[in-house]
Write a protein that binds this ligand. Structure first.
Ligand code: HEC
Ligand code: HEC
Ligand code: HEC
Ligand code: HEC
Ligand code: HEC
Length: 303
């Protein structure tokens, strides 16, 4: 019965219906939990993302001295995200971290901005294509954005870190989802991703290993404030039977990350090299363990 009634109202005219169904509190900066009443799936994804953890994570609590270092707070609990601008600190619900409202609600239009054209009776919406551009992320990921610009590639941050989920419904609330067709959806898990073997080119030239990031269009690893690391472990075998192990730690904080398309030189101890077993491990700044990115053996051709 209810769906039919709504359908009749829909036929009668969307404009009027719009104002009848507005849920005023959605324009009063509610907590993210409120958005999950309708956007249940997007909310679930976001809860698993680092953006949700940005304020409450143990690492951030420690390093911001229990949220007292004021210069640290605004990107971790932003009021409003505007492309390329460092945000200001939010007053309410800081435990929501980088939240739905911060990224989508605009104070000046009192409207939800997003990438699509939608009819959204509970709250006004406006299509805003800045959501599909890397600059949207740049006010907070300042350093990474700078690196990405130097790489001069077409792919946006979103195309990799908000991968397409195909067409799905934006809302799950019964019975309203019947009125909305599936639309392009992008993952709100904001995955950290992982470089693949083909993203890292390795060559053995005499006593040097040349390691190049050819696949990730920003430094590897990249960071603004976090401390992600790469560990290079080269086990070298010489023709005279000697073995040596060379270890090197690369990090954003020590400015030794692999830059896009710029070879990194790892010098190996002198001698006639037979082969090198290279292992590359990574550690994300918020994760305890290390993961293997690459494992390969390089041989010098027999003389
Ligand atoms: C308001 C500031 C802000 C904006 C805007 C923002 N981020 Fe973030 N992002 C953060 C913070 C803070 C963290 C770290 C949270 C943590 O780990 O505690 C983060 C973490 C991430 C991570 C996880 C990194 C890791 O170490 O695993 C990815 C991926 C990411 N953001 C991608 C994006 C993309 C893509 C956009 C643009 C669509 C974006 N972010 C916009 C603040 C922001
Ligand atoms: C300009 C925005 C901005 C400011 C200001 C900022 N951060 Fe962050 N922070 C980020 C972003 C973006 C990330 C995501 C990972 C990365 O790129 O380092 C992050 C990640 C982190 C992480 C790693 C996340 C984790 O869970 O391990 C820590 C810790 C952190 N910030 C602490 C701080 C501290 C301490 C300050 C103040 C000195 C600060 N941040 C100020 C944007 C910011
Ligand atoms: C009572 C239900 C309801 C609630 C609660 C709700 N929304 Fe929506 N929202 C909708 C509907 C309906 C649409 C349009 C769906 C469609 O067209 O498929 C929509 C669409 C959107 C869009 C897409 C806009 C665009 O142009 O791309 C965004 C962004 C959005 N909502 C954000 C939010 C945020 C943030 C919250 C929490 C403050 C929220 N919504 C709470 C019903 C709701
Ligand atoms: C870091 C900022 C950020 C946060 C936090 C965030 N979004 Fe988004 N959202 C985006 C961006 C950017 C897009 C556009 C992605 C694209 O089209 O490439 C988007 C797209 C959307 C869309 C359109 C459909 C889609 O999947 O592309 C809806 C609806 C939406 N968001 C709702 C929400 C809700 C609800 C929350 C909280 C549970 C939320 N967003 C949290 C940045 C954010
Ligand atoms: C072509 C895909 C691609 C694009 C475009 C891209 N990234 Fe990444 N990004 C990756 C991959 C792959 C990783 C994982 C690297 C690794 O193995 O640690 C990553 C890692 C990250 C990390 C986690 C720290 C790290 O180095 O592990 C952050 C933060 C991040 N990217 C932010 C961004 C932002 C912001 C943009 C846009 C300015 C962007 N990325 C553009 C593929 C991409």
């Amino acid at each position: 019965m209810i769906p039919l009634l709504l359908l009749a109202l829909f036929m009668a005219g969307c404009d009027k219906l719009g104002s009848v169904f507005v849920e005023e509190d959605l324009l009063q900066r509610p907590p993210a939990k409120r958005c999950s009443d309708c956007h249940t799936q997007i909310y679930r994804e976001w809860k698993e993302s680092r953006h949700f953890h940005a304020w409450i994570s143990k690492e951030f609590r420690l390093e911001s001295e229990n949220h007292t270092k004021t210069k640290c707070l605004s990107c971790h609990a932003p009021h409003q995200v505007d492309p390329g601008k460092k945000p200001v600190l939010r007053a309410e619900f800081r435990e929501d971290g980088v939240s739905c409202v911060a990224c989508h609600f605009k104070e000046e239009s009192r409207t939800m901005h997003g990438p699509l054209r939608v009819w959204s009776p509970p709250h006004p919406s406006r299509q805003d294509l800045s959501y599909t551009k890397s600059k949207f992320c740049a006010g907070c990921h300042q350093e990474t954005f700078r690196e990405w610009k130097l790489a001069k590639v077409d792919r946006s941050c979103q195309s990799c870190h908000m991968p397409s989920l195909g067409k799905r419904r934006l809302i799950q609330k019964f019975p309203f989802y019947f009125f909305h067709r599936p639309k392009p959806r992008n993952s709100h898990r904001f995955p950290s991703l992982r470089a693949m073997q083909e993203d890292i080119k390795v060559e053995l030239k005499g006593n040097k290993l040349m390691i190049t990031n050819v696949g990730v269009p920003h430094n590897l690893p990249t960071a603004d404030q976090g401390d992600p690391r790469l560990y290079l472990i080269a086990k070298v075998s010489y023709r005279d039977g000697r073995k040596r192990t060379v270890r090197k730690l690369l990090s954003a904080q020590s400015k030794t990350s692999l830059r896009y398309n710029v070879p990194y030189e790892l010098r190996l101890p002198a001698g006639e090299i037979r082969s090198v077993d290279l292992t590359v491990l990574r550690k994300l700044s918020w994760k305890k363990g290390k993961e293997t990115l690459l494992k390969l053996t390089l041989r010098t051709p027999s003389p």
